[in-house]
Each structure stands twice: as structure tokens, then as C-alpha cells.
Design a protein around this ligand. Sequence first.
Ligand SMILES: Cc1cc2nc3c(=O)[nH]c(=O)nc-3n(C[C@H](O)[C@H](O)[C@H](O)COP(=O)(O)OP(=O)(O)OC[C@H]3O[C@@H](n4cnc5c(N)ncnc54)[C@H](O)[C@@H]3O)c2cc1C
Length: 650
Amino acid sequence: RLYRAGEDPLSVLAAGTVRRALLNSSAAWVVQFYSSSCGHCVAFAPTWRALAGDVKDWESAIRIGVLDCGEEENYETCKEYGIHYYPTFRYFKAFTKQFTTGENYKAGADRELQTVRQMMIDFLQNHSQELRPPACPPLDPVSSSDITSLFDKSSPHYTAIVFESNSSYVGREVILDLIQYENIVVKRALNSDKPFLEKLGITSVPSCYLLHPNGSHGLINILKPLRSFFSSYLKSLPGVRRKLLLPLQLPIKENKEENTEIKVWKEFDKSKLYMADLESGLHYLLRVELATHKTLEGAELKTFKDFVTVSAKLFPGRQPVVKLLETLQEWLVSLPLDKIPYDAILDLVNNKMRISGIFLTKRIQWVGCQGSRPELRGYTCSLWKLFHTLTVQAALQPKALINTGLEDNPQIVLQIMRRYIHHFFGCKACAQHFEEMAKESMDSVKTLDKAVLWLWEKHNVVNNRLAGDLSEDPKFPKVQWPTPDLCPACHEEIKGLHSWNEDQVLQFMKYHYNNGNILYKYTDGQTDSSEVEHGDRRETKDKSLLKKPSGNRENKILDQENVLDSESRVLDKLIANHSPVKDRGKSAVESADHKETKQSVSFLGIGFSNIDMSLCVVLYVASSLFLMIMYFFFRMRSKRWKVKYYRSSV
Ligand SMILES: Cc1cc2nc3c(=O)[nH]c(=O)nc-3n(C[C@H](O)[C@H](O)[C@H](O)COP(=O)(O)OP(=O)(O)OC[C@H]3O[C@@H](n4cnc5c(N)ncnc54)[C@H](O)[C@@H]3O)c2cc1C
């Protein structure tokens, strides 16, 4: 992980601790929500660590925390805090009584240590008088008369006054640096009262004027008028010492599984594509990255719909995954809503309507995308692979998108990727870089083959830019891909200079990202030791793959969820959200009715739809009624016959 509790001078928060730490805290907080797989978060970690060390003495007034949204156990929490991008910085005031998602960090893009530190001070000053952390002394400047009243009086402690200009933060920084020290009080004053400054002999700011406990006073002499010089001078005064404070404790973490988890290295072949990577990536994309968006509408919804359509048609996956994508696509097409709550989509992705034969793993299994440390590679690697696969599949099956409204556009997969990255990709800075590349040359792509090559080339540009970066996995250095050992024919030399043979690269891409090169080892439904490496594709219908693997915790939870779930939840949500628009609600009902017919119950290996089941019940009731009527009819007849017979015999 990027930050380690106990080793780094900050609080490492997690799903089980974050709420209790932030609620009703006597100190304010600034929390960085990051993802350990985000290159920019990796690059920023040393700065954040340095900042935490720099303001460690301020922690009884304002604390620094981190929460890793890339960690599976924190997914839900990050969603609750509305984290869409990494890193996201949020401020939390002291003594908040109710859950809040915090205030966004609004400092400049540089996020330099000094800028963040100054933001922290501004934030502390934004607290109302009553809610200000008790450990934080007043940070506003004092007046000349206030200072004069302190002169020539003995006092139990030193009083230091930092004179500074209006825009300076030095005074406030020194005040906060000394909050954990006793026998000294630090104040700040502005340099606006010139005669007063002259009287004290202050010729430049910032300067520090010191009043001793015995009443004597004078300017302090230091080499440089810097925060660190002032603070260290004041801390070293005789009698000034650190207060004996109990170290601030974080609530005990409820989930202690983290350290006991043993990650086993999975051997893999780098010339192959692993379905486990693609499925894990799809799981993360659908259940984590997109799920941070409460509702999808406008351009976001359009992007999502197009992404699902393209994936449903081109993803070379196993039958249950393809069926999930197809069902999702049909459902989205049938909903004429301009706003969809993402929970409704999640219900379908999680197959809460129990539609048979659709299933996407909930387990992350990185194989070709595994990193040598947990924070490296993973999702971003799988996202590249997913989009390369889609561009290659589009080139191999040019008719696949017919009747989707997305046909006849050679750039379609690239454009969807561009929009996906723009709207949803957690790494904002990555998205900006990608957008710059797209703006520059995506328009020049005129064929499906060129789309494959465009993405290959741009991926290499990114590889080049990131080579040697902190986010680079030393075990998987960023290189120009495919390397000569993977594709010797792709590499040439012209007059001693390396050049690519693009025809060969295209052929290689079409081979590498095609079905025949996909291995199914480590996917759910295949045991790790399985020798069977090729699973079924979208064409085959192996029933065993439709079954969820049982035994692990997640699947048990999934099963429970499925049992408890009511099938109408998706609909209820949609109707609740869109009730004012009657005909839209009706369409949603119709579409769900349409889906209802697809739900089925299996009996003796035969699938019965809900309509079948309803017909059975109706027929059963009707035949029972019929039998009862017949019974009473014949009873009456026999009674009447008996009466008639008796009378005649008499
Ligand atoms: C659109 C996008 C933009 C990104 N921008 C940034 C950024 O600005 N800064 C940052 O720190 N991180 C960025 N990332 C993440 C970064 O590119 C890597 O994904 C991450 O560092 C993990 O690297 P990796 O070693 O797994 O290899 P990745 O670069 O993720 O590659 C994954 C796999 O794809 C194959 N591959 C490699 N190159 C090519 C190629 N040219 N064509 C086809 N296949 C190839 C290889 O098998 C490789 O293992 C971005 C990711 C994406 C999806």
C-alpha cells in the first residue's frame, strides 16, 4: 500500500474506521481519498507524506488522513463519500454531528506542500467560534493596544508575537507549530501600525517580538525570517517543553483480514491474454468505477449505453458475461428514460432479478495485470486490454455493430473509450492527457484497422511518458510494445534507426487480442490448477459456466442477496425517480414487463417463464373449480333421483 499505519505520520483510514474518526472529532481533518493503482496518487504520495510530517504538531487541531479507494473493502465507503476521481481531497470540520461527505479541496492544481498547508489554515479559520477545535488558538491578528497591555507585566509564560504582512501565513504556522508546547503563547500582528512597529524597533517583516515571563521584552534575533527558524527558536526557550498529551488514537479497525491475506503469485504467459483480467476489469468498471455515480444522465448515460452496446456485441467473453452485457443492453435500449439511478443498473449487473444464465464475477483476479506490489498495475492495465480487445474485435467483425446505430463509424470504439475516460475514469490527470492525444489525431482514423493502430500507438506514447515513473512496476517496466521477443517482425531498422512495421503490428494485435489467444485459467469457474485453459466463448453453451462457484464468502453473500431481493426493486426505483412523467413510467413498466417474461424457473431441466408459471396456476385453479362444480352437480342430481325413485315406489 502507498501509506502504512504506524510508519507514516498520518492516519490510515479504512471502511471500518473512517466514519467514527470523522464524526464529532475534536480536530478538523483533511483526508486524501486515493487509489493505489492511480499513477498520480503514487507520484503524489511522497508530498503527502512530507506534508503530514511537516504538520504533525498540528494534529490536535487538524489531522491528515488517507483512505485507499482501490482497496476492495473500501469500495462502498468511497461511494458513500461520493469519490469519483483520485486523488480527491476533502476537508471535514471538527464536531460534525452527522455524516457529511466533506468539503472539496479547492487549491491550485500544483497541490504543493505549501499550498495545501495554507489551505488547512484557511479551513481552520473558517470554523465558527463554537466549533473551532479546542486545541487551536485564535489565528486572527491582535491589535497594537492588545500588545501594549501585555508590556511590563509579569506572566506565567512567554508570549511571542509574530509581526507580518496581511498575506503572510508565517504567524499562523508558528502558532500551530507551538500548540503542543507549554509555557508559551504565540500571537500574530499585522504590520499596518507603522509608528508602533518603529517604537518596537521592527524594520522588516516577518519578525518575532518576545515577552519574557519576568516582563522584559525585545525582538528575537534569528538568521532567517522563516517559519522553521521562528518555531525552532521558540521551542528551545528555557522552560518551554512539549505537553504530555495522550497520542490520538484511531478507532480500532473492525476488519483485520488485511494482513492475514496471503497473496499468491500467479504464473502467467505474457504472450497470452487472460480472461480473468478482462472479467475482473469489467467487474471493477461496472461495480466500482461507475457505481460512484449516483445517477447517469445526458452525455454520461449516452456514453454508458454505447459502451454496453459495443461490449455486448464485441466482448469475446464467456456465455454468462456476454448474456449479462446483452441483457443490460436490451434493458437500456428499452428504457426511454433520460436519467437512470445507477443502483438500478447495479441490480441488473448483480442479477438480482435472477435471470438465468447471466453472471459476472465479483472477485478480482489479476493475472497478466498482477503487480509485484498490491498498489501497482491492476485495473488500469485491464482497461487498456479491454479497449484494445474491443478495437481488434471491431476490426475482425466489421458487421457486428449493424442495427445498433453505431455501425459505419470506424472510430466508434475509440470515441466510446474517449468519452468513457473523460466521464468516468478515476484518474483525472490521465484523462486529461488522453483527451489531448485524442483531440490531436483521433479524427484522422478512417478505418477499423487504423483504429487498432491508433490505440496501440497512443498506448506506447503513454508507456514512454511513464517509463521510470514512480507508478512503474519494476517487474514490468514500461516498454514500447510489442517487444522484439513477442513480435520480431514488428521491428525493423532503417538506416540504423528503429522503426515499426505497422502491417506486422496490426497482424500481431489482431492475433494477440483475439479469442484464440485468450486463456481462461484463474477465471471463476476454473480452478487455479485447471489444465483446461480455454473456456467457452460467446457461441458455446456449457451449463457448468452458468453456475456460480459456491463456497467462498462473496458468493454466499451474493446468494443471500438474491434470495432476499424483490424482483420489482429496479422498477420501483425507476418509477419513484420518474413518477411525474407518466408515460415514461409506463414505458419503464412495459420494459420491465418485457423483462419479466425473460425470468425463468428451472424444473426437471425445463425452463419455465413467469407467464408459464402464471398459466399453470390459473389452469390449476380452473380445473379444481371445474371438478368441484361437477361434484356438486352430480350430488344434486343423485339426490333428486333418489327422491323421485322413493316417491314412485311409495
Ligand atoms: C487511457 C489511460 C490513460 C492513462 N494515463 C496515465 C497517465 O497519464 N499517468 C499515469 O501515471 N498512468 C496513466 N494510466 C495508467 C498506466 O497507463 C498503466 O495502465 C499503469 O501504470 C499500469 O501499467 P502496466 O505496467 O500494467 O501496463 P499498461 O500500460 O497498463 O499495459 C497493460 C498491458 O497492455 C499491453 N500493452 C502495453 N503497451 C501496449 C500497446 N502499445 N498496445 C497494445 N497493448 C499494449 C501489455 O500486455 C501490458 O501489460 C493510464 C491508463 C489508461 C487506461
